[in-house]
Structure formats: C-alpha cells, structure tokens
Design a protein around this ligand. Structure first.
Ligand code: ADP
Ligand code: MG
Length: 262
C-alpha cells in the first residue's frame, strides 16, 4: 500500500459538467490526481483542456458534478463552518492576471493584509508589519507598500499577489498560469521567485501552465491533460525524456522542435 499520509490533496475520479444553452461541456472527465506534500506538480495541456477547472475543484471553489476532493484526508464537500474556514486558509491561489486579482482601491500592503483580516489573524499593527515583511520577501520594497496596484508594473503586481497568497502561511499554493500575462523577461524573474519561495517555505505547489518549458523548470512531477482527461503523469525527467502518450509527444514536439525525435 502506498503511504497516503504524504498526499496533501487528492481528486478521486472527479467530473465537472457545465450546462449552458449551447449544451453540456465535460470540462473535467473522471480525473484522479494527487499532490504530494513538498512536491510541485505541473499540470499542462492546451487551452480549454480543463486545467483551471481542476484547480477550482481542488481548491473547493466549485463542487464537482461527481467524485470527491480530499484535502489532508477531509472531503471538501462535507466540511462546514470552522472546519471549512480552517481548511480554506491552508490553500491559496495565484492567478494569471495579477491586476484583476488585486483589490484596486487597497494599497499593496492593504491587499496583503486583507486575508489576515478576514481570518482574524493578529491586529492591525501586526498585520501591517507582516504585510511589509511579505512584500520584502517577494521583492517589492516596503517603501512602496502604500501605493495602489495600478501604480505597479505587471511583474510587481504579481509579486504582490504572491505575497497575499502567502499571508496565511498556506500548505498548498495553486498557481494558474502565473506568468502567462507577463513579458518574457519578467516571467523568468517570477519563476525564479517561486522557486526560491518553494524552497524557503517548503511549499507544496500545483503549477498550471500551457508552457512546457516553464513546467520543466519548476515541476518535480507533471500531469498532462487533454479534453478533460489526465492522459499521462510522471516525474518531470521521465515525462520530458520519454513521453508515453501520443498527445504528450505532440505537445512536446510542438514547443520543443529540437526534441522532435522523442
Ligand atoms: P484550461 O484552464 O485548460 O484552459 P478550463 O478549465 O478553463 O481549461 O476550461 C475547460 C472547458 O470547460 C472549456 O471548454 C471551457 O469553455 C469550459 N468551461 C470552463 N468554465 C466554464 C463555465 N463556468 N461554464 C461553462 N463552461 C466552462
Ligand atoms: Mg486556464
């Protein structure tokens, strides 16, 4: 029997069907996926393959149509009240569009303080001090703590969003295309920051991207999605060097033509 104790979050045969006037979309179709403590699981696949839906299901932001999501052994669908709040604060998310994810009328520090306020952590003074510490940690000078999101560049905004995601000391950080909206040079800086933070804070990460080069750099293990299904899963080295599924091979040869022979 595998040691299930090292599984932080587990999706067990989850399906998500969206119904609209245009008909039904099986965005996620019977996915079973585990994120182990301390690992960075990369989730790749082309646009529309269901990656963001998997993220929202794992975070408990949407209920699955069928199947279960277990966080640290607890079924998210059965958690209520205090237990739900406690579990919620243990998982945080970083989104593709940092500006849209920040509160525009709150300062940088205010944005980072907000989750602490919502979860009654400390008092106003200690929250402000912690926000400044976190801003410094992610590379935003605390001197700029009182500026508003629009006064920062996209890369700096994403750093603020990362600081906010860290404010409640989460066990799981879900990053959904966190660098896709940024300039290439800035992408590298944000990836380097995430790598540093992961090591420094011992974070468990789900890292979603359609960019395989980015995933190869960050992930310890990779799952490949196609049309709502996980078609292949393995260690980053194994998956990039000897992909088994035809879809993974297509994905790899499309972005890394030098490896077209694999
Ligand atoms: P990805 O993140 O890989 O681009 P998504 O999870 O966003 O994929 O979307 C997967 C599929 O589900 C797409 O066909 C998308 O249009 C559909 N979808 C996602 N969210 C909704 C929703 N709220 N209502 C209807 N369809 C949705
Ligand atoms: Mg998406």
């Amino acid at each position: 029997m595998p040691d299930t104790n090292d599984v932080l979050v587990r999706a067990a045969n989850v399906t998500k069907v969206f119904s609209s006037r245009a008909g039904e979309v099986r965005a996620v179709d019977g996915v079973t996926l585990e994120v182990h403590r301390g690992e960075t699981l990369g989730l790749v696949g082309e646009s529309g393959s269901g990656k963001s839906t998997v993220a929202r299901l794992l975070m408990g932001l949407q209920p699955p149509t069928s199947g279960r999501v277990l966080f640290d052994g607890h079924d998210l669908a059965t958690l209520r009240g205090r237990a739900l709040r406690t579990t919620r604060r243990r998982m945080q998310m970083v989104f593709q569009n940092p500006y849209g994810s920040l509160l525009p009328h709150y300062s940088a520090a205010g944005n980072v303080m907000e989750p602490m306020r919502l979860h009654d952590k400390g008092n106003k003074e200690s929250r402000r001090a912690e926000a400044r510490r976190l801003l410094d940690l992610v590379g935003v000078s605390p001197r700029f703590a009182d500026l508003y999101p629009r006064q920062f560049s996209g890369g700096q905004q994403q750093r603020i969003a990362i600081a906010r995601a860290l404010a409640l000391q989460p066990d799981l950080l879900v990053c959904d295309e966190p660098t896709s909206s940024l300039d290439v040079s800035i992408q590298a800086q944000i990836l380097a920051l995430l790598l540093d933070l992961r090591t420094e804070l011992g974070l468990t990460c789900l890292f979603i991207s359609h960019n395989l080069a980015v995933v190869e750099r960050l992930a310890t293990r990779v799952a490949v999605m196609n049309q709502g299904v996980v078609v292949e899963e393995g260690s980053t080295a194994a998956l990039f060097h000897s992909p088994q599924h035809p879809y993974t091979r297509t994905l790899l040869s499309a972005v890394l033509p030098v490896r077209g022979g694999v």
